[in-house]
Design a protein around this ligand. Sequence first.
Ligand code: ATP
Ligand code: MG
Length: 340
Amino acid sequence: MAISSAFLVASYQVRITEAIGSRDANELFLNVIIQFFLIFIFVLIVATFAAFIISRNISRPLRVLTEAARIIGEGNLNISIKISRKDEIGTLGEFFNNMVIKIKDAQERQKEISRLKSEFITVAAHQLRTPLSIVKWAYRSVLDGDFGPVSDAQKDILGKANIANESMINLVHNLLDAARIEEGRFGYVFVRLDFINFLKSLLEEKKIVAEKKKVRLLSGNTIHGEVWLNADKERLSIAIGNIVDNAIRYTVAGGSVELNISQEDAWVTLSIRDTGIGIAPEDKDRLFTKFYRGSNVMHMETEGTGLGLFISRNIIKSHGGEIWCDSEQSKGTTFFIKLP
Ligand code: ATP
Ligand code: MG
């Protein structure tokens, strides 16, 4: 502004000098420039102040909205913002609050659906348990010859039916366990546990399954030393049992499964390594979710609910531990269970 005023004055300089003489003209030019400069400073101050007020009016509600969005992002929906204005920002605040109410409603509905689903599964599984146990008892009695001699052909067909029934019983158990986990009713009784002896018994139990599948089950270094844990023996047996079962199940005949432990500080890590079919990289992230089964196991092993790893991870987490795996397709998989 000062520069343009100087130009303006300069353009009239000759005519003004002629009219009022050079000394008065110089004084006049100086006065004009100083006045323009003062006006410029005043306008600058007013503009800065106005910009500050406007920006405060916009940025404060924006800060409130950003903070509210952050809190919602953390999963807390018990929030309502107060912007008592009638302009666009006030409308935005109103929309924001309505949106939070709608998300909350949807979440409550989802929770209720989930609860009903879980309740339905629990009731259905409970109802199935008794008849399946009776069928199991009936098969066993006939197979054991309690009702007279059984021919080889009869044994064969009854044996297959018995295996199918066993897998139904397993499914019912898994469904009940998964429902209990989700409802927070999967109770634990922690005791001091001799981990080495625990693994010995587990291996003994799983050897029968491995032999049937012609997979070598190796105890690695787990037969040495002494490791004590604070654990629920029955639950931990389900968790580690599932991983060993998987390793045997997803390894073809002639392969092997080996258990090893390593200790570091107050942690023990159990590794279960198999020479099986491996896990596709795209399946890895979803393995521990309910009912998920890898794309490559469908042709190999049709039986399975996809609940084993979900249950195992929950049990390991309840023990303060972690579970993860490394795998290479067609080469093998190693599951790691780290426990305090
Ligand atoms: P079930 O609930 O009867 O155990 P499942 O074995 O299919 O059925 P999970 O134990 O949860 O279910 O395992 C999920 C999936 O993870 C399996 O279907 C399989 O694709 C993959 N998986 C788990 N362990 C292994 C392994 N050792 N080698 C290859 N794939 C594995
Ligand atoms: Mg399994």
